[in-house]
Design a protein around this ligand. Structure first.
Ligand code: SF4
Length: 168
């Protein structure tokens, strides 16, 4: 909701790097934690303009050096902006991976690495997005709507089956 005015006001890294913090905070105020986000946005743009010569880096290990960018965001940027492999693990992906029996891990990085082994590289981003959308619409956190879920016939949370049972 804030991006139309944000991107209109700061259409590129140089303008964002030179942004007035107060003006930026005003635009992103409704998103919460607006002070630290504004600080990170300006810092991120300055880092892009500095060490990275004005180009957003594509390597995960470079992306995570940018202020405010962690592994999840780096994976989002890789898959959405560059169409490179990246499997963002947010709360939905973590919850569904557990419920579907794809992992026993709860740490997001471990979940990502396990899913990476199961899913073809070219599908990483799309798979993450599918889990996110399914988690928002059907497999919601408190009361999953298993009765209307297309995965119910092999989901171990419903069938009680093991991973090998599901795989058949
Ligand atoms: S069957 Fe239920 S627990 Fe399994 S994925 Fe669907 S909504 Fe989630």
């Amino acid at each position: 909701m804030v991006t139309p005015i944000l991107f209109a006001r700061y259409p590129d890294a140089p303008s964002l790097a030179a942004a007035d913090p107060d003006g930026l905070e005003e635009i992103i105020h409704s998103t919460g934690f607006f002070r630290s986000k504004a600080r990170n946005l300006i810092g991120m743009a300055q880092a892009v303009m500095g060490p990275f010569g004005g180009e957003v880096p594509t390597r995960r290990e470079d992306l995570v050096t940018l202020p405010g960018v962690g592994r999840k965001t780096a994976n989002v940027v890789r898959t959405v902006a560059f169409e490179l492999p990246g499997l963002p693990v947010d709360t939905h992906v973590g919850r569904l991976a557990l419920r579907l029996g794809l992992t026993t891990e709860t740490d997001p990085v471990k979940v990502e690495l396990e899913l990476n082994r199961l899913i073809p590289r070219r599908e990483h981003g799309a798979f993450s997005l599918r889990l996110i959308l399914h988690g928002r619409r059907t497999c919601v956190a408190r009361s999953p709507r298993c009765g209307e879920c297309g995965l119910a016939d092999f989901c171990p949370s419903v069938t009680g089956g093991s991973t090998s049972t599901r795989a058949r």
